[in-house]
Write a protein that binds this ligand. Sequence first.
Ligand SMILES: [Zn+2]
Length: 124
Amino acid sequence: MSEPTPGPWKWHISDYSMATLEGPGGDEQRLMSVSPCKSCCNYAKSDGEPEWKWGRCMTPSEADARLIAAAPELLAAIEAALRIESLWCPNGDINPEHDEEVATLWRMRQMFTEAVARAKGAAP
Ligand SMILES: [Zn+2]
């Protein structure tokens, strides 16, 4: 399996008909493009001031688009937190004075481990 394109990822919007997610190499590093359907493009053209709008059919909402573009930074932050967790609790050792913190850290570890596995294609 190949490695994902490193971040930062940015959406480039050329006109009302297409937005492209690009890696740091810009146009040379296109990750994906999304377009509204043809009738939404025609509607955008006919309403006077054609501009891109997130959330038209076949495009993500603006919030989902921002989340997609933040994926590399989120993955890096999760991996950094997992490294810190492994240094604090190298053998799963628990200091009874810090039960609550360790339980929270353990839940975080579970969520992060699953998220990393999904991000890297090791889990559905
Ligand atoms: Zn449409």
